[in-house]
Design a protein around this ligand. Structure first.
Ligand code: PA5
Length: 410
């Protein structure tokens, strides 16, 4: 496994963690048993076929050749994974610029997208597992009309990709009727676990990134043997943190391009674990920026949290500070960043803040694929250990019902 986990400063005794390993292995077995609903993601990396990868690559090529922008409409699990990967690997992205929309109700945001795409060619990718989500479908109506006016019915169909479950729903029915290209979200994969399905792979491939390396990285560890022994100690430690009174896990990154990976993690853990009055509240911070706003709280604030540092050892780029940089001259930005990582870790551990370190060699497509699968597995095991269903989200229905009733009364 390329992902390495360091738990020595978690404040939880190794013996206690070891004593829970059997339960973690039992939870892993449950995930692999095929008996739980929505565990299709577990075998996804090994099941991805050459045929499905080359089909996605073909569509991505079509998008790159025909369009200046790909507009992706989707919310939650229907966009966060793709954006996290594109942001993180962006320096390698030599494809079409992907614009994400349909994840908010901001008229200004929509108008600004229209400003950006004026006189440009676009393709549209509308993603919704249920095919009924208000954010996505209201934006879809707006962009569909724009495309029909600009391209007419046939070309709109050629330029539109719908990613949804292959069964009747509002989006699927329109897609079929209008002749859009339809790609499937497998029925047994939930939104927040769907980044390695076409939901994530089509936008990522359109951005010009290597989806074979990404899915290959996940496939490297998608076998229970890679999570044997102490490989689930992170999941166990999180639950012990909760038992000992911690209520917040702060994911910390030292790279602005990793910020959205933090958003993806927040959704993954928050929706999987936050139920039945339980769960660690997932937060994320980007350093060094947030050291100048939240550093004080982390060092001396209410001790209700623990920190999870997520870093890469190497970066592809570096910048040397010239003579004009005074006392910093001759050092590189990356060297200073490493000093910040080690310095923050040491200062917080000395202050008694429990800390976990999760490291990869570099943020490249293989390692990012592995990280995705690593966190999906740890999250699902952690939720099962806590006694909740990692794959439902009954709590999100309440606001939707209220909101829809309000919309009806407009
Ligand atoms: O993880 C989930 O299931 C959710 O976050 C969904 O992805 C989100 O609500 C969007 O749903 P849909 O894809 O049905 O539009």
């Amino acid at each position: 496994m390329s992902v390495s986990v360091y738990l020595e400063d978690s404040g939880i005794s190794g013996k206690l963690v070891e004593s829970r390993r059997v339960s973690a292995q039992n939870a892993l077995k449950e995930l692999w048993s095929g008996e739980l609903d929505f565990t299709g993601w577990v075998r996804l990396p090994e099941k991805i076929t050459e045929d499905s990868l080359s089909k996605i690559e073909r569509y991505a090529k079509q998008i790159r050749e025909s369009s200046d922008f790909l507009i992706v409409l989707g919310v939650g699990g229907s966009y966060m994974g793709a954006k996290a990967v594109i942001d993180l690997l962006g320096e390698r992205a030599a494809g079409t610029e992907v614009i994400f929309a349909g994840y908010n109700f901001s008229a200004r945001y929509i108008n600004e997208v229209f400003e950006k795409i004026r006189n440009k060619d676009i393709s549209l990718c509308v993603i919704s597992k249920s095919g009924t989500t208000t954010e996505t479908l209201s934006a879809f109506g707006i962009f569909r009309k724009y495309m029909l006016d600009k391209y007419g019915r046939d070309e709109t169909a050629e330029r539109t990709y719908a990613i949804t479950e292959r069964r009747s729903n509002y989006l699927y029915d329109i897609a079929e009727e209008d002749g859009f290209t339809v790609l499937d979200i497998p029925l047994d994969v939930g939104g927040r676990y769907s980044v390695l399905t076409p939901v994530g792979l089509l936008p990522i491939a359109a951005a010009g990134l290597d989806i074979r390396a990404l899915t290959g990285g996940a496939a490297e560890i998608s076998d229970p043997k890679h999570f044997a022994g102490g490989a689930l100690d992170y999941a166990v430690t999180r639950q012990l943190m909760y038992d000992f009174g911690k209520r917040i896990e702060v994911f910390e990154f030292f790279d602005p391009y990793a910020s959205f990976f933090g958003e993806w993690l927040k959704q993954l853990f928050g929706e999987s674990e936050g139920k039945e009055g339980r769960g660690l509240f997932p937060a994320s911070l980007m350093f060094s920026r947030d050291l100048h706003s939240m550093g004080q709280f982390l060092q001396q604030g209410t001790p209700s949290f623990f920190e999870t540092f997520i870093t890469a050892e190497k970066t592809a780029q570096d910048v040397v500070i010239p003579e004009e940089g005074g006392e910093f001259a001759g050092r590189t930005i990356q060297q200073i960043n490493t000093c910040a990582v080690d310095g923050v870790y040491a200062a917080h551990v000395k202050a008694g803040v429990p800390a976990v370190k999760i490291t990869v060699d570099s943020f490249d497509p293989e390692n990012v694929g592995e990280l995705i699968y690593f966190f999906e597995t740890q999250c699902a095991v952690s939720a099962l250990l806590s006694g909740v269903n990692p794959f439902d989200q009954p709590g999100v229905e309440a606001y939707k019902t209220e909101m829809k009733a309000n919309i009806k009364s407009l």
